[in-house]
Write a protein that binds this ligand. Structure first.
Ligand SMILES: CC(C)(COP(=O)(O)OP(=O)(O)OC[C@H]1O[C@@H](n2cnc3c(N)ncnc32)[C@H](O)[C@@H]1OP(=O)(O)O)[C@@H](O)C(=O)NCCC(=O)NCCS
Length: 106
């Protein structure tokens, strides 16, 4: 039987017509023991392929400013920072920015 090593969730960002074609990555994770082997990259390639298949024009996501591994992964896949929510989260006593990243497909 297979083992789940990771998952990614891709959803429509908006429920109204003006936002058609904008998708959102709402969750990406790889099992700790399986990290650093390119599985995250495979999942992000699958995101682009699936978004293209759906005719999407833009993919967006949020990432903690301190999550350097995830940020590098997204940058490698063509995502750029569109904006920042400063001091959005409080993690172990430290405020952390939430970054809005996006990639255009068309
Ligand atoms: C972020 C996350 C999904 C990345 O998953 P991953 O499978 O480790 O990602 P990859 O293996 O594709 O890339 C990670 C690193 O491994 C390297 N790598 C990939 N394949 C490799 C290989 N065959 N040999 C050596 N290194 C490799 C990549 O170059 C990358 O290095 P870098 O960070 O120094 O640039 C994972 O760390 C995770 O689940 N983190 C916790 C949850 C999380 O932060 N999710 C994102 C929320 S926005």
């Amino acid at each position: 039987m297979g083992e789940v090593l990771g998952y990614v969730r891709l959803q429509d960002k908006y429920a109204f017509p003006e936002g058609t074609g904008v998708l959102s990555v709402n969750g990406l994770a790889v099992a700790k023991a399986a990290r650093g082997r390119g599985i995250g990259s495979i999942l992000m390639t699958a995101v682009t392929d699936e978004a293209t298949r759906r005719g999407a024009r833009k993919i967006t996501l949020h990432v903690h400013g301190t999550n350097t591994v995830a940020r590098r992964l997204y940058e490698r896949h063509g995502y750029t920072v569109e904006g920042t929510h400063p001091r959005e989260f409080l993690i172990e006593g430290q405020y952390v920015d939430s970054l809005v990243l996006a990639k255009f497909l068309t």
